[in-house]
Ligand binder design. Sequence first.
Ligand code: E4P
Length: 226
Amino acid sequence: MKLLIDDANLDAIKDIVSLYPVDGVTTNPTILSKAGENPKDRLLKIRDLIGSDLDLHCQVVASKKEEIIAQARKLVKLLGANTYIKIPASGEGFKAIEELTKEGIKITATGIYSPLQAFLAAKAGAKYLAPYVNRIDNLGYDGLAVTRKIQNILEANDFEAQILAASFKNSNQVLDLAERGVGALTLSPDVFKGLVNDRNVDFAIKTFEDDFGRILGEGQTFSDIL
Ligand code: E4P
């Protein structure tokens, strides 16, 4: 399972990459608007920061097929290998996904609120499908149940597409999908940090250090004797 950072703040990305095993970054127009910089410049900075091996997902801002396709081609050219173009899974998006996939451009179908939306996007050739777990919950439905249904559809049809679940607000939502083994999750820096946020863990680490210090002297570690 891949883990991605859902953010465009350079300091936050740097911080999470330095602490956690991370496979890439996802953005959307709202996330980019919070960065307060020309989106092209910010995307290039993110690519530079994470390097060419990690995945970068960038969303088109267009609703007509031809414009979606034109933006997708330019964004891939700008951001290089391991770039995924996010296209909303509706209307003209499906046809754009089909065409761009034939050109070898990797697509993440986004804005997914229902299993049938995911089914159509997978059939069109998307590499990833992004159900919005928490936003679905906020509508009074069950975001995790929708995501599990999508996973069943992918397995039953032997689709190549994988889930890239998005819009998380807590660790419990993450745990459920980690258990299910979906393809990828994208998490905000706050949700990332909340995954392991336990005073018992801090206490255990401190106790080990204190106990070791009793052998050689306070604060001494293997670094002092190896
Ligand atoms: C990712 O594809 C989505 O754009 C994003 O995760 C939505 O998250 P939000 O519901 O926290 O805005």
